[in-house]
Design a protein around this ligand. Structure first.
Ligand code: PLP
Length: 444
């Protein structure tokens, strides 16, 4: 336990911390303890963390097995530079390659999701000798310069001020917002979007395009489930034009969707996989790029012009090993599938019951409600990237009832730790129902 009071912690934060994606000088919840799916403030108030913080603490808070691995490694050896081999790093690289499947061979370790995408982009450019990177408008890939320019949502605008070379955006499908019906219009939606993408590739010059960078399941922009056949179609276009496919698994990876990686729901294999978050349950920063045989052999013949002091950090890799072992030993993938059925059922009930819920999407424990003000015409509750009071009010109502969810735009996302039990779901999901009733009655 620390030495300060909750108020002191809050005030120091308010006065001296520059807040990510926010204005400085705001009060934040001072967290005194985090355990399982719960956070506790200094006054003992308890919150269910139904967003796994930033969709990263997949195995919950203060997971003793993982903390023990961190302590054990710290007692043995805390850090060794990238050019040395350590047991933690060598073993984790092999485990990750095995998790990704037989096409994959090596890992470049980083410290975050953004750095993973940044380095994947550099590698794609080195391997292909091409510059352009295609990515989706409905996406987020991180906040460093390259990753931010590759991101599609409005968080990229600050990075674009200085300009960066070769980033091209294409629109990815969002069936609900585009007026399609899932399970009915998939083929037509897929064909329309692939046709537009191929045309854009031809206009940009296929031999200038190094890679298409995509989230397997778009996360922060609303857990968007692609129409049947779309992802496979993108892979086919990559093959046709010699473009590499980089799959961003930073949020969807490590069993969030029930499988080790989100792309494993589709009939395709990417060339590179970027990861972070769930690999260490966020206890220590670690990310990386898993590359296939072809890219791996390119860097046997050519120098990899990428490097980070903390690449393959010993403590982080030890935690990564403990997490990968935990996911497997506790059969987290199967548990997620079991909990998904409960969450999906509940979400469908919410769509039927509430005027403010246009659609619910759920894959594994990765889910989002599409909040609307006119359900018949699919009009979003708030306009894209416009300041509004409705969504903060909803998030606040949930928080006051002890339920912390994730939100962007008009989405309320529920992404609890993958270890959540059915009893915990049964206890906390009714809060969402209550708050949506309030939204129906007061906000639309
Ligand atoms: N890629 C995806 C899909 C993400 O959701 C995020 C963060 O939320 C990132 C990349 C960036 O990760 P980081 O914040 O660790 O740089």
């Amino acid at each position: 336990m620390g030495k300060l009071t909750g108020t002191q912690v809050q005030e120091l934060h308010r006065d001296h911390v520059l807040q990510s994606w926010g204005k400085a000088g705001q009060m934040a919840i001072p967290v005194a303890k985090a355990e399982g799916i719960y956070l506790y403030d200094y006054e003992g108030n308890k919150y269910a963390d139904m967003s796994s913080l930033l969709v990263c603490t997949n195995l919950g808070h203060d997971n003793k097995e993982i903390v023990a691995a961190l302590k054990e490694q710290a007692d043995w050896m805390s850090f060794m530079a990238p050019s040395y081999a350590t047991e933690a790093k060598s073993v984790l690289a092999k485990k990750l390659v095995d998790l990704a499947g037989p096409s994959f061979r090596r890992v470049f370790f980083t410290n975050s999701g953004a750095e993973s995408n940044e380095n994947a982009i550099k590698m794609a450019r080195m391997v292909t000798g091409r510059t352009k990177i295609f990515s989706c408008y409905r996406s987020y890939h991180g906040a460093t310069l390259g990753a931010s320019n590759a991101s599609g949502d409005a968080r990229r605008f600050a990075a674009e001020l200085g300009g960066a070379n070769g980033f091209v955006k294409f629109m990815n499908p969002h069936m609900y917002q585009d007026g399609y019906t899932r399970g009915v219009d998939d083929e037509v939606c897929t064909n329309n979007y692939l046709k537009a993408l191929e045309q854009q590739i031809r206009y940009e010059g296929p031999n200038q395009i190094a890679a298409i960078l995509m989230e397997s399941i778009v996360g922060a922009n609303g857990v968007i489930l692609p129409p049947e056949g779309y992802m496979e179609g993108v892979r086919a276009l990559c093959d046709k034009y010699g473009i590499l496919l980089i799959m961003d698994e930073v949020m969807a990876g490590f069993y969030r969707t029930g499988t080790a990686f989100g792309w494993q729901h589709f009939d395709l294999v990417p060339d590179m996989i970027t990861f972070a978050k769930g690999v260490t349950n966020a206890y220590v920063p670690l990310g990386g790029v898993i590359v296939n045989e072809q890219i791996s052999s390119y860097f046997e013949e050519n120098v990899l012009q990428c490097g980070l002091t903390y690449s393959g950090h010993t403590l982080a890799c030890a935690v990564g090993n403990a997490c990968v072992d935990y996911y497997e030993a506790h059969n987290i993938g199967a548990h997620v599938v079991e909990m998904e059925a409960i969450l999906k059922d509940f979400m469908e009930t919410m769509v039927e019951k509430h005027a403010c819920v246009g659609e619910a999407r759920c894959i594994g424990l990765f889910s989002a409600f599409e909040m609307v003000k006119d359900k018949e015409n699919r009009v979003s509750l708030v306009d894209y990237n416009e300041p509004n009071t409705a969504m903060p009010a909803i998030m606040n109502q949930l928080k006051e009832k002890g339920f912390i969810a994730f939100n962007r735009d008009n989405y309320v996302s529920i992404c609890p730790p993958l270890t959540i039990t059915k009893e915990e779901l049964a206890e906390y999901l009714p809060i969402v129902d209550e708050v949506f009733t309030w939204v129906d009655e007061t906000l639309i």
